[in-house]
Ligand binder design. Structure first.
Ligand code: UD1
Length: 338
């Protein structure tokens, strides 16, 4: 019997790539999404990639009645919870919206799951829970903190999960702390939503390479890093998606939860990323040095050894693959939008 997995936020950037990885691994997958930050045609694109129609329930995780209906009508074995807000800048302007969507959304979902007797969960967390990392590479045992409402919401969610697991009601939860997910599925059919002006580096670089934005601002070149620009652990979204499949498999196999980093363990600077993207796209990427962005750390990269030990997870793709697939997606999504 195939295991059936519910993906909240399954039409979003990481959710859609995880959908593909799960279907390829033989899971039966159901998407729950309210399309507040995902394109309407994602299910059609997923069907094209997998060869099977994608089953989608259009609902908000804040809507408890809809969640209860899904659990009553479908036999669900496990849930992967992606649905959340993720912009640091927006969270500073709208902290309560972040608490409601991210924190109340999780509580609501876990209550609906508990009520239905479904207690296997994989949760999207972030390396943001390390705040300004005091240990590099950062292991899961590093101290936790936060620097903005988004980070706070993820930290609170992790603590809610910890307390719930401690209640001994049979919960097994995998908490995955993502470093910097980038890139796209090699088909060029799904990727990060290209609408608007991106906050994050790679989508911004993609738009500059495509000529949609004139120039990239490099936020600071006086950090204590080899070339002075910020260093991050970029991880290919296809690798990250596989991490979820392996997390789910570990929960089933081990019967106990885990909290692990998903990163490559290797940091790249902003200038290295720009140079690699220029090579992958064969385009010039004009940039200028600008002041540091508030709240940015000099460097962040994972100690990936626990994920290897507990999940058997190791990232396979390098920065060039990340840039190349981002560029294919950028070109395809520009064509589709025309
Ligand atoms: C950011 C968030 C992090 C969140 C993650 C989600 C902040 C402070 N951190 O991570 O909490 O989990 O996104 O994806 O917002 N950069 C430029 N020019 C740009 C954009 C970025 O030079 O136009 C630099 C940054 O200074 C940084 C690096 O590129 O050194 C990566 O930035 P970004 O992609 O925004 O990711 P993080 O800041 O690591």
């Amino acid at each position: 019997m195939k295991q059936r997995v519910l993906l909240t936020g399954g039409a979003g950037y990481i959710g859609s790539h995880t959908y593909v990885a799960l279907v390829e691994a033989g899971y039966d997958v159901l998407i729950l999404d309210n399309f507040s930050n995902a394109a309407r045609d994602v299910p059609k694109r997923l069907a094209k990639i997998t060869g099977h129609e994608a089953v989608v329930v259009e609902a908000n995780v804040l809507d408890r009645a809809s969640l209860d209906r899904v659990f009553a009508e479908q036999k669900i074995d496990a849930v992967i919870h992606f649905a959340a807000f993720k912009s640091v800048g927006e969270s500073v302007r709208k902290p309560l919206a972040y608490m409601q969507n991210n924190v109340v959304g999780l509580v609501n979902l876990m209550q609906a799951m508990d009520n239905a007797g479904v207690r296997r969960l994989v949760f999207s967390s972030s390396a943001t829970v390390y705040g300004e990392a005091v240990e590099l590479p950062t292991p899961e045992t590093a101290p936790l903190s936060y620097g903005n409402p988004y980070g706070y919401s993820k930290l609170v969610c992790e603590q809610i999960i910890e307390q719930t697991v401690a209640s001994d009601r049979g919960w097994t939860v995998g908490v995955l702390r993502y470093f910097n997910p980038v890139g796209a599925h090699p088909s060029g059919l799904i990727g990060e939503d290209p609408s608007g002006i991106p906050d994050n580096l790679m989508p911004y670089v993609a738009k500059v390479a495509a000529g949609e934005l004139p120039i990239l601002s490099v936020f600071g070149n006086d950090y204590p890093t080899p070339d002075g620009t910020g260093v991050r652990d970029y991880i290919h979204v296809v690798d990250l998606a596989r991490g979820h499949v392996q997390s789910l498999a570990a929960l089933e196999r081990d019967g106990q939860g885990h909290v692990v980093n998903l990163g490559t363990g290797r940091g790249y600077s902003v200038l290295e990323l720009i140079a690699t993207y220029a090579r992958a796209s064969n385009r010039d990427i004009p940039y200028k040095i600008a002041p540091r962005r508030d709240g940015d750390a000099a460097a962040s990269y994972a100690d990936p050894s626990l994920a290897k030990k507990v999940l058997g997870f190791e990232a396979q793709y390098d920065l060039f693959d990340m840039c190349r697939t981002s560029w294919v997606w950028m070109q395809n999504s520009a064509e589709t939008a025309e």
